[in-house]
Design a protein around this ligand. Structure first.
Ligand code: EPU
Length: 429
């Protein structure tokens, strides 16, 4: 176990290249199980969540080979049933995509309940509603067990915009008889990327990226080679790093359109945001302004950027208001941010942030993945030294975060968790 030691208040300048999108890659790896032949995925991020899902696949008799660090070959031709019940399944949320993929392929899926970050209740009733509409029977006690004699296209109106249910229903429907229509579908870039990937295998999906997706079932899916889109949230995190350190960062290998909500808020706060074809340059400024933010499904401001932007706003003079409309309980990290001296009041889904002149380095926990990123950002801005425990959360979703930040002028070390903090401070002095 390791923790991070950040020596704060160093402006970050330079360039950073963004890796493939975690949440697209996880869905697409699961979707690969629907193909009758070999699938080669490029731009796969080298992060723990992906390694965990690959281990799940290996235990299901799927042959996985890394052709290089970011290119994964998946051969699921020798898989014989729809069972996924290893410890690794319970470690992550995205293992629920195995339900749709296995149901689509074997008309039967037995998958352990998914784990993942704790944001309060994380129901999967909309996934189940979709599977049932396609003709499946679902038993979700202890282990999730789904079977269908045959899957038939159906109309599914989602009660709320959900990324996971939209993708899962797509996975179950691509090989079903007839046409499935998902209404009130999620429009996130990774929903579109998963649909594009499935179409590259021969699926017939139209409308991904709008709120009505039509899936005409096909008989089989062939192999393909497909490159995953860049990670919107990784890119957004570095954009905020530029603003919070009053630095100047060019974020390369992004799709600027995916970043619109984040770019707009950073501009409103006062940073300069300059977009070019596949890169965005963010220049921080001395005088920043408070803002109001409401997290929303795409194209709104992403909930997965909420902790990072809150870290920034805790350093912006004046009162900012953050309304978390996606998750019940995504402000658990605020207690940690307060240890830096941030002045934040949380009432239910609303956080009121009164910016302070200076954050001061301290010891904090990464309580989940994006919360961990927010702690890093606060540590970069804070006076003195910051220690962040539970780095494993950060490693789940950010490839080479420390090296990328250090290459732009940060001073961050990974140290053994057992290293007493006092001793480290003496050593650094
Ligand atoms: N919801 C239901 N019933 C369902 C499904 C969802 O009530 O059957 C509710 C949820 O409780 C939540 C809302 O609908 O209030 C949205 O949930 P969604 O299904 O969109 O979330 P998810 O698919 O479980 C993905 C990402 C999350 C990201 C959300 C929202 C993956 C693996 N996870 O989760 O990413 O916060 O979409 O954009 O794709 C992260 O990367 O750090 C992360 C947590």
């Amino acid at each position: 176990m390791e923790k991070l030691l950040i020596h704060g208040q160093r402006p970050l300048c330079g360039q950073v290249s963004i890796n493939g999108a975690k949440n697209a890659a996880l869905a697409i790896i699961a979707a690969s199980l629907l193909a009758d032949d070999i699938v080669t995925l490029e731009n796969i991020p080298d992060i723990d969540d992906i390694k965990n899902l690959v281990m799940v696949l290996e235990k299901m008799n799927v042959r996985t080979t890394y052709l290089d660090k970011h290119t994964l070959r998946i051969d699921s031709r020798y898989m014989s049933n729809g069972c996924a019940d290893s410890e690794n399944v319970r470690k992550m949320r995205a293992s629920y995509y195995l339900l749709g993929a296995l149901l689509g392929r074997f008309k039967c899926a037995r998958v352990a309940f998914p784990g993942g970050c704790d944001f309060g209740v994380r129901p999967i009733d909309q996934h189940i509603k979709g599977f049932q509409a396609l003709g499946a029977e679902v038993d979700a006690k202890g282990i999730i067990s789904i079977q269908a004699r045959e899957l038939r296209g159906a109309n599914v109106f989602l009660d709320m915009v959900t990324v996971g249910a939209t993708i899962n229903i797509m996975l179950a429907a691509v090989l079903a008889k007839g046409t499935t229509v998902i209404e009130n579908a999620a429009k996130e870039p990774h929903v579109v990327d998963t649909a594009s990937f499935l179409n590259s295998l021969g699926a017939n999906i139209k409308g991904a990226g709008t709120d009505v997706i039509r899936i005409k079932g096909v008989q089989k899916l062939h192999g393909s080679t497909y490159a995953i889109i860049p990670d919107q949230i990784e890119a957004g995190t570095y954009m905020v790093a530029a603003a919070i350190t009053k630095g100047d960062i060019t974020v390369k290998n992004v799709i600027p359109r995916h970043m619109d909500a984040i770019s707009a808020k950073l501009k409103e706060i006062g940073a300069s945001v300059i977009e070019r074809d596949e890169e965005i340059r963010v220049i921080g400024c001395e005088t920043m302004k408070p803002v109001k933010i409401k997290t929303l499904p795409y194209p709104g401001f992403p909930t997965d950027m909420q902790p990072q932007i809150t870290a920034l706003l805790s350093t912006v003079p004046g009162t900012s208001i953050i309304n978390e409309s996606v998750w019940d309980n995504r402000f658990r990290y605020v207690e940690q941010l307060k240890r830096f001296g941030a002045n934040i009041d949380v009432e239910g889904r609303i956080a009121v942030v009164d910016g302070v002149d200076n954050l001061v380095g301290t010891e904090v926990e990464a309580v989940d993945l994006r919360a961990g990123a927010a702690m890093v950002l606060a540590g970069l801005a804070a006076q003195g030294e910051t220690y962040i425990n539970n780095v494993t959360f950060i490693d789940r979703g950010y490839e080479q975060l420390v090296n990328k930040l250090n290459a732009m002028g940060a001073w961050i070390e990974r140290i053994d968790s057992d290293t007493p903090i006092q001793i480290m401070q003496e050593k650094v002095i």
